[in-house]
Design a protein around this ligand. Structure first.
Ligand SMILES: [Cu+2]
Length: 204
C-alpha cells in the first residue's frame, strides 16, 4: 500500500524485497552520481577554449601515454565489490523468499484457483470463496493448486505469489506484521473472467 511517497510494508517477504531494492537503488545512485559527475567535470575540463591553450588534447587526435593503471585498478576493484555485493545479497534474498521459515506454529491454508475465483480451505476443513483471514505475526503458508487451467496466486502487497497448476501444489509463505485488508489477484491470463479473479486477504 502506498500513501503518497510513504511505503507501508505489510510484513515479510515484502520487507526483505524492499531492502534488496534499496541496496540496488543506493548503489545505483552512487555509481550514477560518480559517472554523471565525471562526465560534467570532463566536459568542463576539456572544453575547447582551454584545451587549445594549455592541454595536449586536440579534437580528433588520440592522446599518447595518458593511462593511469592505478586509477583503473581502483575503479575495477570498486566495481567488483559492488557487483559481488549485489549478486550475493540477491541470492540470499531469493533463497529466503523461496523457503518456508522454520516455526512451531505455522498457519496453513490450501488455495484452489478456478475459473474465476479463489477458494480457501482452512486447517479445520472450512471452505470460503473470495476472502481469506489469517493471523498477524505468524508464518502463514499457502498451498496453491488449480481446479482447471493455469492461474497465478499473487499477494500484491506482500510481493509474493506462485503459479496455481492443476494436479500440483506450489507453496508460498508470508509473515504479516500489519493488520489490514490486502489484495489477491490472478496474475496469469486464464480466460474471459481473468480480470475479475480477485480475492481479499484479511490480516487480524
Ligand atoms: Cu486465473
Amino acid at each position: 500500500m502506498t500513501h503518497g511517497m510513504v511505503l507501508q510494508i505489510p510484513g515479510e517477504p515484502a520487507g526483505t524485497w524492499y531492502s534488496l531494492f534499496n541496496l540496488y537503488f543506493s548503489l545505483g545512485l552512487l555509481v550514477g552520481s560518480v559517472v554523471v559527475g565525471m562526465l560534467l567535470y570532463f566536459v568542463w575540463k576539456y572544453r575547447e577554449s582551454v584545451s587549445n591553450e594549455s592541454d595536449d588534447i586536440k579534437p580528433g587526435v588520440v592522446p599518447g601515454e595518458r593511462s593511469n593503471i592505478k586509477l583503473i585498478m581502483v575503479f575495477f576493484g570498486l566495481t567488483s565489490i559492488i557487483l559481488f555485493t549485489l549478486a550475493s545479497y540477491s541470492i540470499l534474498v531469493t533463497n529466503y523468499v523461496e523457503k518456508v521459515p522454520k516455526a512451531d506454529d505455522i498457519f496453513e491454508v490450501t488455495v484452489q484457483g478456478f475459473q474465476w475465483g479463489w477458494r480457501f480451505i482452512y486447517p479445520n476443513g472450512t471452505e470460503v470463496v473470495g476472502e481469506v483471514v489469517v493471523p498477524k505475526d505468524k508464518i502463514v503458508v499457502f498451498r496453491i493448486t488449480s481446479m482447471d487451467v493455469f492461474h497465478k496466486f499473487q499477494l500484491i502487497e506482500f510481493r509474493t505469489g506462485a503459479d496455481a497448476l492443476p494436479g500440483a501444489f506450489n507453496v508460498i509463505w508470508i509473515k504479516p506484521t500489519q493488520a489490514g485488508t490486502y489484495t489477491i489477484q490472478c496474475y496469469e491470463l486464464c480466460g474471459i473472467g481473468h480480470s475479475l479473479m480477485v480475492a481479499t486477504l484479511r490480516v487480524v
